[in-house]
Design a protein around this ligand. Structure first.
Ligand code: TMP
Length: 198
C-alpha cells in the first residue's frame, strides 16, 4: 500500500508522519518511510538546490528538479518496496508538484500531469492524506520555529493558491482531507482511521 501525506508548510505534516511511523512500529508493521523531494542520495542533493534561499528558480525548473528527484525515488525506493508488498509512507508526492508548481507557480496542469506520469511511470498513491488549515495558522507556526526556506518565503497569495489547489485535487476518491487545526493526537487518530479503513 502506498500512502502519501500532503499539505502546506506548517500544516503538521512532519509531526503526523512521525506519529504514524511510531504507531506502525507499535503494531509491528513493516513500513518504508520516505519523502520528496529526496528519499535517495540523488534526490537529497536535488532537494538542497531546490530549497536554497540564495537561488532564484523558475517554476518550470522547479518542476524538472522535483521530477528528476522523483524518477530516482520511484526507481530506487518506491517501486521495489511496493513490489515486495511493503507499506510505503511518503511525505509529499505528485500532488505537491501540481499544487506548488501548478496552482502556486502558474504552470499548466495538463503538462505537469504528463510530467508527473512520466516521472512515476504511472505509480499512484492508494491514499493521500491532505492536512488542510488556514495559511495564517500555518505561517504563524513556521515563523516561531526557524528561518524560512526558498519556498516558505513566497508571499501569502502563493500559499493561498497552493492551499486551494490542494483542496481541488482532494476531490478525488483516493484523498482524505484532515483538519490541521486539530490537536496533534486527534489528527493522528483521524489519519490512522483513514489508513485502517482504506
Ligand atoms: P517539506 O517537505 O520539508 O515541506 O519541503 C519541501 C518543499 O518542496 C515544500 O516547500 C514544497 C516543495 N515541493 C514542491 O514545490 N514541489 C514538489 O513536487 C515537491 C515534492 C515539493
Amino acid at each position: 500500500m502506498f500512502v502519501v501525506i500532503e499539505g502546506i508548510e506548517g500544516s503538521g505534516k512532519s509531526t503526523l508522519h512521525k506519529g504514524l511511523v511510531e504507531r506502525f512500529g507499535v503494531e509491528g508493521r513493516d513500513v518504508v518511510v520516505t519523502r520528496e523531494p529526496g528519499g535517495t542520495a540523488t534526490g537529497d542533493a536535488i532537494r538542497s538546490i531546490f530549497l536554497d534561499r540564495t537561488l532564484t528558480i523558475e517554476p518550470l525548473t522547479e518542476a524538472f528538479l522535483v521530477s528528476a528527484a522523483r524518477v530516482q525515488h520511484v526507481a530506487e525506493v518506491i517501486r521495489p518496496a511496493l513490489a515486495q508488498d511493503r507499506l510505503v509512507l511518503c511525505d509529499r508526492f505528485t500532488d505537491s508538484t501540481l499544487a506548488y508548481q501548478g496552482y502556486g507557480g502558474g504552470l499548466e496542469l495538463a503538462s505537469l500531469q504528463r510530467l508527473c506520469d512520466e516521472s512515476t511511470g504511472g505509480i499512484q498513491p492508494d491514499l493521500v492524506l491532505l492536512i488542510d488549515l488556514p495559511i495564517e495558522v500555518a505561517r504563524a507556526r513556521l515563523q516561531e520555529r526557524y528561518v524560512l526556506d526558498r519556498v516558505e518565503s513566497q508571499d501569502a497569495a502563493f500559499h493561498e493558491r497552493v492551499r486551494q489547489g490542494y483542496l481541488e485535487l482532494a476531490k478525488s476518491a483516493r484523498h482524505r482531507v484532515l483538519d490541521g487545526t486539530l490537536p496533534r493526537d486527534r489528527l493522528l487518530e483521524d489519519a490512522w482511521n483513514s489508513i485502517s479503513t482504506s
